[in-house]
Design a protein around this ligand. Structure first.
Ligand SMILES: [Zn+2]
Ligand SMILES: [Zn+2]
Length: 347
């Protein structure tokens, strides 16, 4: 399809995104051109813009949480009809490597992340592999579908698939931003006995309570592991959504015997761990978790369509593409009153 479109592109880390007119991408073999109706902006985008996480090349169009309609199918694509409402997975999968063959496509060895390795969805159109499309069920908005693939499916994978949460267990969630707030909602849905929220922002703790946390602990005022032990005797499952060494160490220290700490937050600083006996005598586990598989995103969308997942507070603001830098500023703002900001290029 000839023509140009507006795209939010990173030219140089440390500088704001620029809104460029670029050619509308041509869908290659096995690809589909999606007209973007909504694209989530998340903390990872802030990391890319500030240069804390590297992108594969510059300039690059950011955005790994798009949803929209199929506009045009490339050669070799079957079953993607123009007009079909679709969410797009944040990362591609090759289908052939060992993790893919085991159904763990979220850790595909060849995976390319939208808006990090290839041009993403903060644009009017995005070209993606047809196999990464997930149909949006009726009753789920584009904005909700956009954030389902990352902000909701990621904590689901961490809690349920990696953390093996069972009904009646106690859960501690460290960091109550976009991932953490959904971890709290999902823990309640999965039947957790008690959910404790940990953050350093009073506003985030208030929001965590509205999402279903029984108790909020301000890590700037008291040591979370001590407070969790005192209040509930320790956590069966701790989910760390910050990626900070102190917060990961505290998550590991907050566990009961037999407990699991799952790291979802990204970071590159070394972690100090509790002594070996915590892992041997107490059989505690420290587990990493990344993204989710395609099947998990389908599940999240089905839960949202069935009204089981309250997403009313999940999208804090909807802005046009021209305001993408304002969206990033909202996510950076201290106090983090924001869960997710969604960009709607058609606005
Ligand atoms: Zn994200
Ligand atoms: Zn693979």
């Amino acid at each position: 399809m000839a023509g140009t479109m507006l795209a939010a592109r990173l030219h140089e880390p440390g500088k704001p995104l620029s809104l460029d007119q670029v050619p509308i991408p041509e869908p290659g073999h096995g690809q589909v051109l999606v007209k973007v109706h909504a694209c989530g902006v998340c903390g990872s985008d802030v990391h890319f813009v500030e240069g804390h996480s590297p992108v594969a090349r510059t300039p690059i169009t950011l955005g790994h949480e798009p949803a929209g309609v199929v506009h045009q199918a490339g050669p070799g694509v079957e079953g993607a009809a123009p007009g079909q409402r679709v969410a797009v997975r944040p990362g591609t999968r090759c289908g052939e490597c060992e993790p893919c063959s085991l159904g763990r496509d979220n850790i595909c060895e060849q995976s390319q992340v939208l808006g990090m390795h290839v041009d993403g969805g903060l644009a009017e159109y995005v070209a993606v592999p047809a196999q990464d499309l997930i149909p949006i069920p009726e009753g789920v908005s584009f904005a909700q579908a956009a954030i389902a693939g990352d902000a909701i499916a990621t904590p689901y994978h961490a809690l349920i698939e990696r953390g093996q949460l069972r009904a009646g267990e106690t859960v501690a969630v460290f960091g109550c931003g976009g991932l953490g707030i959904h971890a709290i909602r999902l823990a309640r849905l999965a039947g957790a006995a008690t959910v404790v929220a940990v953050d350093v922002q009073p506003g985030a703790l208030e929001r965590a309570k509205r999402a279903g946390a029984d108790l909020g602990i301000n890590a700037a005022e008291e040591r979370p592991s001590r407070a969790i032990r005192r209040a509930i005797g320790g956590a069966d499952l701790a989910v760390e959504c910050v990626g900070h060494p102190d917060s990961i160490a505290e998550a590991a220290r907050s566990l009961k015997r037999g407990g699991r700490a799952v790291i979802v937050g990204m970071g590159d600083q070394p972690i100090a761990l509790p002594p070996p006996n915590a892992f041997t005598w107490s059989e505690n586990a420290l587990i990493g978790s990344f993204g989710s598989s395609a099947g998990t995103v389908r599940r999240i969308l089905a839960m949202a369509a069935a009204g089981r997942l309250d997403l009313s507070e999940s999208v804090s603001a909807v802005l046009p593409l021209g305001d993408v830098n304002r969206a990033l500023d909202m996510l950076r703002a201290p106090g983090r009153e924001v869960v997710r900001v969604v960009i709607e290029p058609g606005r």
